[in-house]
Design a protein. Structure first.
Length: 250
């Protein structure tokens, strides 16, 4: 799959997940596709490197509307900044130059958002003004910076990230560890994850859809194939643990 086919898949997955998205998020993936197409259309057919980017900013996230749970109201949103470059329009391999992906679980339920006896009355007033919206969970996936001096996995996941002031997340800003090694994901693979966890019946139906399966498999190959092959190579070596290889420098 080349980069043009990948962005076409991103557009098509937006149609597949549209019933689960907030109204303001329905055209977001199509917009990303249009930006890529506009920026790279002159490169198609030419043997030149093509930079690409998938940007969904925090102030305008991709929002999945959740059905009411038995005890609370929640929704999930996704933000990301994933960048890469392919050697040519026909290349099926990409070099990632930036990778940040974030999933947040928000509560809209007073009983869940406000902890009686723990949170202050000042916080109660702030939450009430924003209809009790509060981040209950935040998961951040990224790749280790080349300049990082910390022994962290090349591709990792951690609960946290830099919160916005209106999130009122329970996780302290100063808590930066631990970081778990984790395979890279994109919007497509994360959409499958969200639907499986929050819409199990719809997810089971989609997994039987050949179009849906084909799109997911394409993203697996695009993002995971080289990563998993590297894991296999590490496992076949002597002298170090898998985690030791994943956190090694250089």
């Amino acid at each position: 799959m080349n980069i043009f086919d990948y962005f076409k898949n991103l557009y098509e997955i937006g149609t597949e997940i549209e019933p689960f998205l907030d109204w303001d998020s329905k055209d977001k993936l199509e917009h990303i596709y249009q930006i890529f197409w506009h920026n790279s259309k002159n490169q198609k057919g030419k043997n030149k490197p093509i930079p690409w980017r998938i940007l969904i900013e925090r102030q305008d996230p991709l929002i999945f509307n959740m059905p009411e749970c038995e005890e609370s109201k929640i929704h999930v949103d996704v933000t990301c900044d994933i960048q890469g470059i392919v050697d040519s329009p026909t290349s099926e391999e990409t070099t990632f130059t930036k990778y940040n992906l974030e999933l947040r679980v928000w509560s809209h339920d007073e009983k869940l958002s406000f902890r009686e006896g723990i949170d202050s009355n000042e916080l109660r007033e702030k939450l009430e003004r924003q209809n009790w919206k509060r981040v209950m969970l935040r998961f951040h996936m990224d790749m280790r910076s080349p300049t990082s001096g910390n022994p962290e996995p090349i591709c990792h996941l951690h609960a946290g990230g830099d919160p916005h002031d209106d999130e009122y997340c329970w996780i302290p800003k100063e808590l930066h560890v631990p970081r778990f090694y984790h395979y890279p994901m994109d919007i497509i693979l994360l959409s499958e994850f969200i639907l499986t966890n929050f819409y199990p019946e719809d997810s089971e139906r989609l997994r039987k859809d050949p179009v849906w399966k084909s799109i997911i498999i394409d993203s697996q190959n695009f993002y995971l194939k080289e990563y998993i092959l590297n894991l296999q190579r590490y496992l076949n070596r002597d002298g170090n643990t898998l985690f030791g290889y994943l956190v090694s420098y250089g």
